[in-house]
Write a protein of this length. Sequence first.
Length: 149
Amino acid sequence: MSCSNYDWNAYALGEMTGAARGEAEAHAASCAACREELAGTRLMLDALSTLREEEPPRRIAFVSDKVFEPRWWEIFRTPSFAGALLIAMAILVHAFARPAVDQKEIQTVVARAVADVQANYQKQLLADYEEYQKQERLNYMKNARLVRQ
């Protein structure tokens, strides 16, 4: 039998049946490599047995627990807070440092814009009306058979 057929961990822990245990002991007596592996397994078990048994914690702490949250004053030291503070300050400075607006000037600009829009509207309306009249004359002439088709 080859050496890979034996489970030395099960042997060292006493989990093998009587027949398999006897066969493994006979093989270990004749094979130096298996004796060395069995000795390493027993050494590991002895080292583990020296550790004290501890009860596992009832609850594992998560990152969201209060234990890991920063104190209220530590938030002021974060780069994101500094960036937000800088943006807020820029908005406030811009709001209060704007030059005063002259209402007369605004009304003048609005009146000029309204006049321009009305003038463009009148021009477009006149051009559309002239195009409509041309089409009506052409249709009248076609119906009266005054124009060849």
